[in-house]
Design a protein around this ligand. Structure first.
Ligand SMILES: Cc1ncc(COP(=O)(O)O)c(C=O)c1O
Length: 387
């Protein structure tokens, strides 16, 4: 067996899934704020487009993807970020962004080189580290701090480390904290990446779930050595379709394309047709934002009433909350679990996550209202035990 796999801890969410299954067996009502997989239905016009595109004979899709999908992505990117992307050379459709993120270092890390560090923040989406390990790169984490707005500050990293770095992963709006970054932040990081010849990878799968200003894209600051990862999962409620794209510096995109033919990750043709329709439309995304806004308001009010400390959420569907009652994040999560409330302990997202828990606004608006009163009771029990 691959030694990286042998030494790997189970995927953090697996632990939650097991605990949840046990609760379900006991017939407990579950309010699942654990996994970031919302349940709002996919817009009917997208489902119809996919259905009608399923052919009698389905053949291998190309890794380069459908031209009409790449063109729809390019038009969306221009409308949304005012950046021109060449649909022939600067865009690759992907089977969701997770696989694209995981595979990326396999192509750009040379295990025999001195420049094989991959920098990412902690807490973080765990795939940056996993992809690095399988590619034999050196995972290098930066602890994201509440006081710094959870921004990954390359300017605070030692020069020797930056010299040895090949890739940096930025992710704003951020999972798990919901932190956002202004364009000036990307400009600053871009200068450092250019100075040290680092590929700036920006995971932008949450840019479309916003409540205030529209979050920027890293490609607004330049294309050289910049690659962005987008997805329909969160934007259009299409997690099960596995559809996203990678875009940016044409030299990198072309190299990536060349290698991707070995992976067999071309998105099925009929999914690409649904994706094309999704990128063309904004109204269904607007509706989704309204739903998430309602859920966000319920929890903002609740957390404030409970005296919890949390980061103001301007985008994404996560709340990152300081663990109350002096408990560890895991102990608090397991206490809530007794009441059927599933949250993710901060430690699941790496060493920088301890002391916090994350909720993903997944249950419906009505369920969120219900969960809040159950949660209040769970907090009261701790308070009672302590008095
Ligand atoms: C930060 C981040 N990046 C990437 C992904 C992967 O999304 P998908 O593969 O569905 O596009 C997720 C999923 O939760 C995520 O939170």
């Amino acid at each position: 067996m691959n030694s990286v796999l042998r030494n790997m801890k189970p995927y953090p969410m697996d632990e939650l899934v097991k605990a949840k299954e046990l609760l379900k067996k006991d017939g407990k009502k579950i309010y699942d704020f654990g996994t970031g997989d919302p349940k709002e239905p996919t817009a009917p016009f997208i489902r119809e487009a996919v259905k009608t595109a399923i052919p009698e004979v389905s053949q291998y899709p190309t890794v380069k993807g459908r031209k009409d999908l790449r063109e729809a992505i390019s038009s969306w990117f221009k409308r949304r970020f005012d950046v021109e992307l060449d649909s022939e050379k600067e865009i690759i459709p992907s089977a969701g962004s997770k696989e694209a993120i995981f595979h990326f270092p396999l192509v750009f890390i040379d295990a025999d080189s001195d420049k094989k560090r991959v920098i990412f923040g902690t807490p973080a989406y765990p795939v940056y580290e996993r992809g690095t390990l399988f590619a034999q790169g050196i995972p290098t984490s930066y602890t994201l701090k509440y006081e710094e707005g959870f921004l990954l500050r390359l300017d605070k990293m030692p020069e020797e480390i930056l010299k040895e770095t090949k890739i940096v992963w930025l992710n704003y709006p951020h999972n798990p904290t919901g932190a956002t970054a202004p364009l000036s932040y990307f400009e600053d990081m871009y200068q450092i990446c250019r100075e040290y010849d680092i590929i700036m990878c920006s995971d932008e799968c949450y840019t479309e779930i916003y409540f205030e200003e529209k979050p920027p894209s890293a490609l607004q600051v330049g294309k050289e050595n910049v690659v962005v990862f987008h997805s329909l999962s969160k934007r259009s409620g299409m997690t099960g379709y596995r559809s996203g794209f990678v875009a940016g510096d044409s030299r990198i995109i072309q190299e990536y394309l060349r290698f991707r033919s070995s992976f067999g990750v071309g998105s099925p043709d009929f999914i690409q047709v649904g994706a094309r329709e999704a990128w063309k439309d904004e109204s269904h995304v607007e509706e989704r934002r309204l739903i998430f806004r309602k859920k966000k308001e319920i929890f903002e009010k609740f957390f404030k009433e409970e005296g919890f400390e949390f980061l103001d959420v301007k985008a994404s569907f996560y709340f990152w909350v300081k663990v109350p009652f002096g408990l560890t994040s895991k102990d608090y999560a397991f206490h809530l679990l007794k009441y059927g409330i599933v949250v993710s302990p901060g430690e699941f997202f790496g060493s920088g996550g301890e002391g916090f828990f994350r909720i993903a606004l997944v249950p419906s608006v009505d369920e969120c209202e219900e969960a809040v009163s159950v949660w209040r009771e769970a907090n009261r029990e701790i308070a009672r035990r302590r008095s």
